[in-house]
Design a protein around this ligand. Structure first.
Ligand code: LIP
Length: 270
């Protein structure tokens, strides 16, 4: 049951697409200028003035169009609300790729209703691709319905993952990947969790896992993957969380999650 004033999941999805594509246009227009690049949690955790400008635009649009909603933005933009709807924003997921000019970054916009992600959109400013979904309504790339990854055995799986900004955590994550590599076909470290999860839903990778994600990294992409038929887990029967977010197609989920549990992928220290 949705909180009064939430609006329909379809209306929230339509707005998420509009917002993600509008912010993607702003990012695209500023992608080739001189970038003002700063650092956040570590020297490798980058943020640019374009990240901040895109988030300011998103927050202003939401204040105009959904003034009773709460907002949580990666770059600090946010406010409380009274409608039961919270928008979860990553103005540029894959900021390092954006700074380097690697075309794998996206604007991620998700709408939570009473704490559950109900609609979302992920827009890549370079490719013009917009992935979107609503709870129970399926997942789409533009108008094309997404059906999830191939049904293949673990040893043929191409697995997406990512690494944190803290050196000690990266040492642990590297050890996990070293144990995984001989058990799967290959690894892809693409640099943007929101797109990793959308690519899983689109069947461009067969499975995905990452630790230490923030809500804005996975909120919209996680809904796209789920609505494309994928299964998500935090391992050991837990729901996905900042400790670990893993997802795969229904045929691969059980052996993939068992491999992650065997390796101890959710153990963050060496
Ligand atoms: C990125 C994530 C990615 C992770 C990167 C980084 P950001 O988010 O989407 O999956 O591996 O280290 O955290 O910081 O570019 O918004």
């Amino acid at each position: 049951m949705t909180t009064s004033g939430a609006g329909s999941p379809a209306a929230l999805e339509h707005l998420a697409v509009e917002l993600a594509e509008g912010a993607a246009e702003l990012v695209r227009s500023q992608a080739h200028g001189q970038l003002d690049v700063g650092a956040k949690s570590t020297s490798t955790d980058l943020v640019t003035e374009v990240d901040r400008a895109a988030e300011r635009w998103l927050v202003a649009e939401l204040a105009r169009r959904r003034p009773a909603d709460a907002v949580l933005g990666e770059e600090g933009g946010g406010r409380s609300g009274t409608s039961g709807v919270r928008w979860v924003l990553d103005p540029i997921d894959g900021t390092v790729n954006f700074v380097l000019g690697l075309p794998i970054y996206a604007v991620s916009v998700a709408a939570e209703v009473d704490g559950s992600v109900t609609a979302g959109a992920v827009a890549n400013p370079v490719t013009g691709e917009t992935f979107h979904a609503r709870l129970g309504g399926g997942a789409y790339l533009g108008g094309q319905r997404l059906r999830g990854p191939r049904d293949i055995p673990l040893e043929r799986a191409v697995v997406g993952t990512g690494f944190g900004y803290d050196a000690a955590l990266r040492a642990r994550q590297g050890a996990v990947v070293a144990h995984m590599l001989p058990r799967v076909a290959d690894i892809r470290r693409l640099g943007a969790a929101a797109l990793d999860l959308c690519f899983l839903g689109a069947g461009r990778i067969d499975a995905y896992f990452e630790v230490a994600l923030n809500p804005w990294d996975h909120a919209a992409g996680g809904l796209v993957a789920a609505e494309a038929g994928c299964v998500a887990s935090g391992l050991h029967g837990r729901t996905p969380s900042a400790t670990l977010y893993a997802a795969a197609g229904p045929g691969l989920a059980e052996p993939f999650f068992a491999l992650l549990e065997e390796i101890g992928a959710d153990v963050l220290s060496m």
